[in-house]
Write a protein that binds this ligand. Structure first.
Ligand code: PMV
Length: 322
């Protein structure tokens, strides 16, 4: 056992295919360089947790964070340790409720931190099953894409029954992420789509089939490094998400602004009904211009980054804040 250990996880962006992935269709997610760290420190007595949103006993956390309690309990069990004697400090760059996978990243970082603290190795399967415990509280019926995406360092194509496969791009992409400043509501958006599907099955299944085609083409465009095609597919996917009723005017506005400023394409990312948009730029200069323009047109925060073709690690990045 160590006196202190740190577990880390990065955020994720859904490039295309959110919502249809709940229905066992494919989607593509990419790692996003915003990170979250969980510091596990020795302390006498009950486990405490401290973060931007909550500080206190792990047992008194608000209901929406109860999944974390289950996941910590199980992690201690699997490490054969009594559930006591540490404090967990969360430090995060990932905004909450914006479709960037902050809940999956918290659970992932905490589990990694606990295992490191007890000097125990963790298998990928073990990590997934623990994060899944936390995620099923957060999302109700998660497809699993968030947790898969936060533990992978490269873009993945994901399907519920097939799992994830890596997509290696031959050249960099330039990505802009802009925050509407409003919390998205994945649970509400997922149940909205479910309701629409039960009311108008033919129409919604048709839209979902069109999104699936977009995902298949997006996969090809990543593998061939065709950022223009990928950009146009993002914009098309946004239109389809609007048809599913999960966009809102603040997201539509940022998408329009990004395209007007020269983005190759843009869309909402994640569950929708608030949260963030993702835009693709032709180069890093254009990404900066789009970022500044988005800040002038209502975004509350914008991040931009370029990816390295081999492992998708960030090579240039920046942030614009109000
Ligand atoms: O909003 P996020 O980051 O949790 O993304 C959810 C993606 C959905 O497809 C809408 C739901 C899911 O479980 O896949």
């Amino acid at each position: 056992m160590r006196q202190e250990a740190i577990g880390e996880a990065h955020s994720k962006l859904i490039l295309v295919g959110e919502h249809i992935v709940v229905y066992n269709k494919p989607a593509i997610a990419i790692p996003c360089p915003l990170t979250l760290r969980a510091r596990i420190k020795e302390r006498n007595g009950e486990i405490t947790i401290s973060s931007q949103f909550y500080t206190g006993s792990i047992y008194d956390m608000p209901d929406r964070a109860k999944g974390i309690l289950e996941c910590v309990k199980r992690s201690f069990e699997l490490c054969n340790k009594p559930m006591e004697g540490v404090q967990i400090e969360i430090q995060s760059d990932i905004p909450v409720g914006r479709g960037l996978g902050s809940s999956a990243a918290s659970a992932t970082a905490i589990v990694r931190g606990i295992y490191k603290y007890f000097n125990k190795d963790i298998t990928t399967e073990e990590l997934f099953s623990l994060v899944e415990l936390a995620e099923s509280y957060a999302h109700g019926r998660p497809s699993g894409i968030d947790m898969m995406a936060v533990v992978r360092e490269e873009p993945i194509m994901y399907q519920r029954t097939e799992g994830a496969s890596s997509l290696i791009a031959p050249k960099p992409f330039h990505v802009v992420v802009a925050d509407t400043g409003t919390i998205g509501d994945t649970k509400k958006a997922v149940s909205h789509v479910k309701k629409m599907r039960s009311q108008r099955p033919w129409e919604i299944d048709h839209t979902m089939a069109q999104i699936e085609e977009i995902v298949i083409k997006a996969k090809e465009s990543i593998l061939t490094g065709d950022s223009e095609l990928l950009g146009s597919l993002l914009t098309r996917n946004h239109e389809k998400l609007r048809e599913l009723g999960v966009s809102v005017s603040s997201l539509d506005r940022l998408v329009e602004v990004a395209i007007r400023l020269g983005a190759l394409g843009a869309k909402l990312t994640g569950g929708g009904m608030g949260g963030c948009i993702i835009a693709l730029a032709k180069d890093i200069e254009s990404a900066k211009t789009i970022s500044t323009g988005l800040m002038e047109n209502g975004a509350t925060k914008v991040w931009y980054f370029s990816t390295n073709s081999k492992n998708w690690f960030t090579v240039h990045s920046g942030i614009c804040v109000d």
